[in-house]
Every structure is written in C-alpha cells, then in structure tokens.
Design a protein. Structure first.
Length: 315
C-alpha cells in the first residue's frame, strides 16, 4: 500500500533537470553501481568466512566502472561484476535447488523463474522494489525517471536504481533460507507457462526473512537505525542533493559489517577442542557436544556471547 503521491513540484523539476544534464546523470549512475559493487564484495567476504572456496576478488571486473563515460559502459561494468558475483554465490547453493545462473533478464522485475532459487530472489526483489517505491513517494521524487535505468513505459526506473543499493539485504535473506533449508517443494508451484511461483506458505517464509533483514540495525549518523529506515534516509539524501540542499552524494555509507559466528575457522576450532580442555575452561561437556554437532553440520548456528568470548581466546 503506497501513500498518496506528494506534490513536491520543485523536487521533481530538479530531478528532471539532473536527468537532462548528461554529466550529472553519469555521476549519479556511477555512485549507484559503486555502492552496489562495494556491497557485493561484502556479501562475498561474508560467504568466504564459511565457504573458503568462494572467491572475493572482483577488482579486475570492476575496473571498467572508473573509466565509464556512458550509461551503457556503466551497465557493462556492472554486468561483468554481476557475472562473477552470481557464479560465486552458486558455489554455496546445494545441487538439489538446480540453480545454474541468475539470468540478467531477472535483474529488474520478477517475470518468472525456472528454479526455486531464482523464484525466491524474484519475490524478494519485488518486496524491495515496493519499499523503494514507498520511499520515493514519501520524499516527492518521480519513480519513472531514473539515472541508471532508462525510462520505459510502465517502468519505475528510479525504484530500480535505488534497489541496487540494497539488493544485498535480499541476497542475504535468501541465502539464509537456503542455508537453513527451511524451504520445501510444496512451497512452490509450476504454472502453465512452466515457470515457478511461490505458494502462500513459501511467500510467507521469504517475506518474513526479508522483513527480518530489513529490521536489522546499523549505525548511521550517530544513531542505531533499522535498514528499512536507512533506505528512506538515502532516498531523502538523493532528493536533497538534486535540489541543492546537499552538496555531495554518498551511497556507500553507512558501511555494513557482516561477521559470521559459524565461520570455517570457528568450526575447525570447535572440532579440535578436547572435552578435557573444555571442562577446564569451566563449561559442561553437554555444551561442547552440541557445539561440535553444529560445527559438523552444514547449517548456520549462533553461540552465546560468553561462549564466543572464550572460544576467541583459544589458539
């Protein structure tokens, strides 16, 4: 449900003028992709902690962005990074999901999927798009006029632009669903056109996980803010930059920190601890037993703060 469209005429005029100024449009478009690539690198680093086979170096593929002088060249650099990004994500997705690639035609709007993973990503990105549209309306921008994505009839190009900044939130949500193995075959249905759709049960699982990620907090402007609120703030900052209220535009901040408690190093450390050493540290054998069971499993797990602190001092 969207709020009534604000009649922020001056804001919209400033947006249209910036779109017509090719140099300014290129500058803004680059900032969207710079932030997107930064967060894709962050997701790969996060996965690498648990899956050492995941490669995190995307510097070579992102080189083209710095020298890009047209929207097409910017999108070309983004595509080169995306190809590597999705290849690396594919390494952590079990074979039973039959995931082969993230087709580029799925990256703007959900138009159907051939496998469960793309189906979940499509739905997750549609939730993100709705959030972006709500924020665009709230600050008085025109959703149809983007800087990175071209204007097309019936397309909310600015929403697609803003999605690039926060796709990583959906990516982490879907990856968590895959790691925890909560999705079932009955959560999907094959349509007459042979594409997969989520049943209400599956849609609820994806929606709940994405919402939980939106509700996580990060420090921004000296305060702890939920990511959903940070999304609104970044949209507002864009509007303020376009109208001249802000002199600079920074989509890279805030910086996000993603550290896993169940990293590959931590799992090995837990499996190497003897019950004798563990008992001498003041913990029960039962606690270590469950830690070792979790470490052997392929699913994510968390630990109490005092357990993590003791483990961090081992070795």
């Amino acid at each position: 449900m969207l709020p009534p469209v604000r009649s922020a005429t001056k804001t919209k005029f400033a947006q249209y003028h910036a779109f017509e100024d090719n140099r300014k449009r290129i500058s803004i478009a680059k900032k969207f992709i710079e932030a997107k690539i930064q967060r894709q690198k962050m997701v790969l680093d996060y996965l690498h902690q648990r899956y050492p086979e995941v490669q995190t170096n995307i510097s070579e593929e992102s080189k083209g962005l710095k020298s890009a002088k047209t929207i097409r060249e910017i999108m070309g650099a983004e595509g080169a990074v995306a190809q590597v990004y999705w290849h690396e994500l594919g390494k952590v997705i079990p074979e039973k999901y039959e995931f082969e690639s993230r087709n580029s035609r799925f990256r703007t709007r959900p138009i159907g999927a051939g496998d469960q993973v793309n189906c979940m990503f499509n739905f997750g990105y549609s939730l993100l798009e709705a959030e972006c549209l709500k924020n665009i309306n709230s600050v008085g921008l025109d959703s149809h006029v983007g800087f990175l994505h071209e204007m097309q009839t019936g397309k909310d190009s600015l929403a697609y632009d803003l999605q690039e900044l926060f796709r990583f939130v959906v990516d982490l949500a879907i990856l968590n669903l895959i790691e925890t193995d909560v999705m079932e075959k009955k959560d999907f249905v094959r349509t007459e056109s042979y594409s997969l759709r989520l049943r209400p049960t599956g849609a609820r699982k994806v929606s709940d996980e994405v919402t939980a990620c939106f509700n996580k907090t990060t420090e921004y402007q000296g305060k702890e803010c939920m990511l959903s609120y940070v999304m609104l703030l970044k949209t507002r900052e864009l509007a303020q930059y376009l109208t001249g209220k802000k002199k600079t535009l920074d989509f890279k901040s805030p910086g996000f920190s993603l550290d896993r408690q169940d990293s590959d190093e931590m799992r090995k450390k837990i499996l190497d601890i003897s019950y004798k050493d563990w008992k001498e540290m003041g913990f029960s054998k039962g606690t270590l037993y469950y830690l070792k069971q979790n470490a052997k499993s392929g699913t994510p797990f968390t630990m109490n703060a005092h357990v993590r602190e003791r483990l961090s001092h081992i070795l």
